[in-house]
Design a protein around this ligand. Structure first.
Ligand code: AMP
Length: 131
């Protein structure tokens, strides 16, 4: 059975898409720790990130770099933090999280709520900053 993230890639479930190429896909996290929290996935389904083959895993980080550089142009932050959990969705993914302080990346924090308009504007702004 396809993971929820594969359904996003296939367009069966909507998302706020940031970037896509033939192997990878990036979209806004629907329950963000901070504004700009983004997920990067390989299109090929693998549950555990360290089961992803070397070539795909390396390319995933390079794809994530391009996305992170665009996010940091839009969201005022010191760094883009990178985290892997994978406790909820069994499809390898990297969390990209704009950081101003260490506690911004605490997954026990209350999540921020964005309006539909804010999500759409954020997508547009980040996409406009992709190089
Ligand atoms: P984890 O597997 O523990 O890394 O957590 C999965 C992450 O995916 C969480 O931060 C969720 O908010 C996020 N998530 C789950 N479903 C969706 C979805 N349909 N669209 C965007 N983000 C999602």
């Amino acid at each position: 059975m396809a993971t929820i993230f594969s359904k996003i890639v296939n367009g069966q479930i909507p998302c706020y898409k940031i970037a896509e190429d033939d192997r990878y896909f990036a979209f806004l996290d629907i329950n963000p720790l901070v504004k700009g929290h983004t997920l990067v996935i390989p299109k090929e389904e693998t549950d555990y990130i360290f089961d992803v083959d070397d070539d795909t895993l390396g390319g995933m980080l390079i794809f994530a770099k391009r996305v992170a550089l665009a996010i940091e142009k839009v969201i005022p932050c010191k760094r883009i933090g990178v985290t892997v959990l994978g406790l909820e969705v069994p499809h390898a993914h990297i969390h990209l999280i704009p950081l101003n302080r260490e506690s911004d990346i605490n997954f026990s924090n209350e999540r921020v709520k964005l309006t539909e308009e804010e999500y759409k504007q954020l997508v547009e702004d980040i996409r406009n900053n992709l190089v």
